[in-house]
Design a protein around this ligand. Structure first.
Ligand SMILES: [Zn+2]
Length: 116
């Protein structure tokens, strides 16, 4: 299956652009998509059972789901400790995801520079 995305960006490796699902919610942050948002469709198995469904997410939220939250990146020992246990560092999932996206531009990771 081709990589499916939406918004004005071109993922590394390309894919098929679909209309932005305005009014639907991101399955990661639960915020509503709006004009100008960029994202992807992921095949998700609800409750861990087949069949899988394609759900949209913001590209930044999808990236945060892989990288961890901004708290995790800035001060893992504090934010990810058992006592605090907040890898998003006090921010919402979406706020954290946007900060992780910017953080990655300042902290290049070999192999993904062109994707951001
Ligand atoms: Zn989101």
């Amino acid at each position: 299956m081709s990589f499916r995305y939406f918004g004005k960006w071109t993922p590394d490796g390309g894919g098929v652009r679909f209309p932005t699902p305005i009014g639907m919610t991101c399955h990661l942050c639960n915020e509503t998509f709006d004009v100008g948002d960029c994202g992807t469709y992921a095949s998700v198995s609800l409750r861990g059972e087949a069949p899988e469904v394609l759900l949209p997410s913001h590209r930044e939220c999808a990236f945060r789901s892989v990288m961890g939250g901004i708290g995790h990146l800035e001060d893992h020992n504090f934010w990810c400790s058992d006592a605090v246990n907040d890898p998003d560092g006090g921010r919402s999932y979406r706020e954290s995801a946007l900060e992780v996206w910017e953080w990655a531009k300042q902290h290049p990771i070999s192999g993904i520079e062109g994707a951001l």
